[in-house]
Design a protein around this ligand. Sequence first.
Ligand code: KG4
Ligand code: ZN
Length: 340
Amino acid sequence: MIVLGFESSCDETGVALVSDTDGLLSHTLYSQVAMHQEYGGVVPELASRDHVRRILPLTNQALADAGLTLANVDAVAYTAGPGLAGALLVGASVAQSIAWAKGLPAIPIHHLEGHLLSPLLADPRPEFPFVALLVSGGHTQLMRVDGVGRYTLLGETLDDAAGEAFDKTAKLLGLGYPGGPALSKLAEQGDASRFDLPRPKLHSPDLDFSFSGLKTAVMVRAKGLGLVKVGEDDQMDPQTRADLAAATEAAIVDVLVGKATLALKQTGLKNLVIAGGVGANRLLRERLAVQLRRFGGRAYFPPLALCTDNGAMIAFAAAMRVKAGLAELNTERRAFTVHP
Ligand code: KG4
Ligand code: ZN
């Protein structure tokens, strides 16, 4: 079975072809980052319009890369949510149109399920059950995963997501959008020990997170240094900026590693799967790999290129759902909805 998958929930247009037996056949991706950069964040209307421009050329490219045509496709999958309503509608409309025209089933996929199962596209792949740490720009969750479609929420953020904490602090430090990769790169030149930032909820017995105070703590430190005005024309010297970046990254990573370890202890499981954009963070990857070895378990990551939003994870999640008997495969024409 070959699934054609579409992702268009935010600022990345992703199209991919996945086979249930041979895995990923091809994937194409266009990131709108450059377009949104001058606004300091994603502009929803611009995002929708750009998805419209990119999605068909990317589809043709994905098919050509796999040496296939639509005649070879058995099902079409798309991200149904959560995400930006207009952006989601583009992927959903294209997927449903192709499905209707070709008499194929169209399979709606929850964006987070796509992220959650993406480490199974890597080699070695984790066995069920495992604990998943989902860390994206919109979500921070710990889940127990017993199989496809068998997910138990163990804990989640009470306010900002981990990616949001990276992005907001990066903005505060005058770094561009998206902030996570920029902050992480700058942190490499910084000394994390210069600023003692809080590790919210690190020692609480629950598995929830709270990151909203971190940005404020960074701002207070910056003010304490007389750097009231932070931004492009501030007076912060480059080393201070790098030290603050390093301290912020260390605080976020400490909390994520601590809570993931606690989740493993509480569930008695040994394997941890990391998914979502923040899973691309180098320090988090290194720290979790070491911690899991110490713990007698193992940390599994998606391939780096599939950490952030992409079509491969959507096509793959659909293929897994079909295999598990969880996807509706009828080809009846009916109204479709997206779930922003
Ligand atoms: O999963 P994703 O692509 O989109 C959402 O579903 O949100 O995640 C995007 C998030 C952003 O907050 C971005 O800053 C963060 O992932 N991110 C990173 C890194 N790469 C992406 N955060 C820290 N370090 C990185 N290397
Ligand atoms: Zn995502």
